[in-house]
Write a new protein. Structure first.
Length: 318
């Protein structure tokens, strides 16, 4: 009989982390979810009824102690929305530095495979398009967004150092814009903000002229990609995202259409160092694992809108 695999997920109560816990449980893993709820919520985990899931309230910037064997460590923990990391900049840096060291140190101790959830923000405001993994980025190291950008860049450095010098079996995924149910209505990112505003018939607030682009990957596609990279044997960074590129203005117009909202679009000043274009080159992950997104953006937005509509009716997250 095959021994049950044990996966640790940091940031388990967050948007991506909670969906990853669901996915791993469906794959037959025993899952230990770690979170201190600084930006996550237990609402994202309350539907889990499996006795193969254990939640532990742990701040990963402190020592991590897990009893028993561990096969995989998915390091998803980090403030990720601009509202969060601008409000708690020092904690964001500490999670990227000390938290990553603690998580990968635990993986080393357990002889577990380690995956770092990095971000497309390591590319900064990119000078090449689309972004390939061998591009080093164009990041302002002292700008207001730098606490997140540099925390993730440092986390990648830490991960590769542990692999090269300590022999830890590591993986790195650079996650591009992802959306879906369980995003926080007020987390400041485009999809939840526009959906909330549209459902309330409020003006949709677009920064700049709305011509900046993003690529939006539905959450079920993303967690499938994360799992495939973890189960593969490639140790350098891999992009995960949807290469379909939308302007922010197009996204706002599509959400107004799908919600049937009476909202108008208004324009506000562009935040400092906001990237002008963002689109992943996913040819590497397709070659390595065969992964590519399967959920069209319109279909994913419809599912997300249905979820937000129910949440707003019950004052969830408000």
């Amino acid at each position: 009989m095959t021994q049950e695999k044990v996966s640790v997920v940091t940031g388990a109560a967050g948007f991506i982390g909670s969906h990853l816990c669901d996915y791993l449980l469906a794959k037959g893993h025993r899952v230990i979810g770690l979170d201190n709820l600084s930006t996550g919520t237990l609402r994202n985990l309350e539907h889990i009824g499996s006795d193969r899931f254990v939640y532990m309230n742990i701040d990963i910037t402190e020592f991590i102690e897990i009893h028993g064997p561990v096969d995989f460590v998915y390091h998803m923990a980090s403030p990720a929305s601009p509202i969060d990391y601008l409000q708690i900049p020092l904690h964001t840096l500490k999670v990227g530095a000390v938290g990553t060291r603690n998580a990968i140190g635990m993986a080393k101790w357990k002889r577990a495979r380690f995956l770092l959830a990095s971000t497309s923000e390591v590319y900064g405001d990119p000078e090449i398009h689309p972004q390939q993994e061998d591009y080093w980025g164009n990041v302002n190291p002292i700008g207001p967004r730098s606490v997140y950008d540099e925390a993730k860049r440092y986390a990648e450095t830490t991960t590769m150092a542990y692999h090269r010098q300590q022999g830890v079996d590591t993986r790195i995924v650079r996650i591009f814009n992802t959306y879906g149910p369980r995003m926080r209505p007020f987390d400041g990112r485009a999809v939840p903000t526009f959906i909330r505003q549209a459902l309330e018939d409020k003006h949709l607030t677009v920064f700049g002229d709305g011509g900046q682009t993003r690529s939006f990957c539905y959450i079920s596609d993303l967690v499938e990609g994360i799992y495939r990279v973890m189960m593969g044997d490639y140790r350098l960074p891999v992009n995960l995202g949807n290469p379909a590129e939308y302007t922010i203005r197009q996204l706002a117009e599509l959400i107004i259409k799908l919600t049937g909202s009476k909202s108008d679009i208004i324009y506000q000043a562009l935040p400092t160092n906001d990237p002008r274009r963002r689109r992943p080159d996913i040819s590497l992950v397709k070659k390595l694992t065969g992964w590519e997104p399967t959920v069209p953006v319109e279909e994913g937005l419809e599912k997300t809108i249905d979820w937000f509509n129910e949440c707003l009716k019950t004052d969830f997250g408000l």
